[in-house]
Design a protein around this ligand. Sequence first.
Ligand code: SAM
Length: 212
Amino acid sequence: MRLRNVTGSREVIADSRFVVHEPKEHKGKWAEVFGNDRPIHIEIGMGKGRFMMDLASANPEINYIGIEKYSTVLLRAIQKMEERELPNLKFIRMDAEDICEVFAKGEIAKIYLNFSDPWPKDRHAKRRLPSKEFLARYNEFLASEGRLEFKTDNTALFDFALEELEPAGWKLEAMTRDLHHDEKMFEGNIMTEYEEKFSSMGNPIYKYIIYR
Ligand code: SAM
């Protein structure tokens, strides 16, 4: 969802108090960033931030960090925070490939991946956020009791993500191939921007929750 020709997005991000600018400097010290030691949940590939903002608003006892690779997309989340500031939500602009340099062992209690880019070519499989290579990264900093929740409407990506679990040493806690018609898993569901778009087109939404 790269938005082009958004002038000055890097400058706005550099000036924004909602963005943590040198995230690697806070490794192992994220409680200081929030000023409390509440659990921290992250979304990787946050997009325009609606999911993170709705969660942060509903759960003030949890701290949230939204991670997004592209400035032009992150800009949209910053603009929304200017209208509705949430003290328990911070943003990072970075490529998740470097995520182990940002969080220390056990520092994160939950990871969300929502509608991750599918990278359909086989040679790009390692770039998929639910790949075994990324699961190995998450293993470094997710708390031992932590959970990873993944939603997508992409059948090939979901099947791939399921196949990656065993080789990466992760286990399935729950899954559905039709979230919006699964009474138990849909309870308390917060829609993402992509989820709203694709479910309104009639696409079933897949979801898993995993642990290790
Ligand atoms: N999660 C949002 C949603 O469900 O509405 C956005 C989904 S969008 C298809 C995927 C987002 O992930 C894009 O904004 C993209 O820039 C971001 N992204 C993809 N790969 C990433 C990476 N390696 N690190 C950080 N962000 C990434």
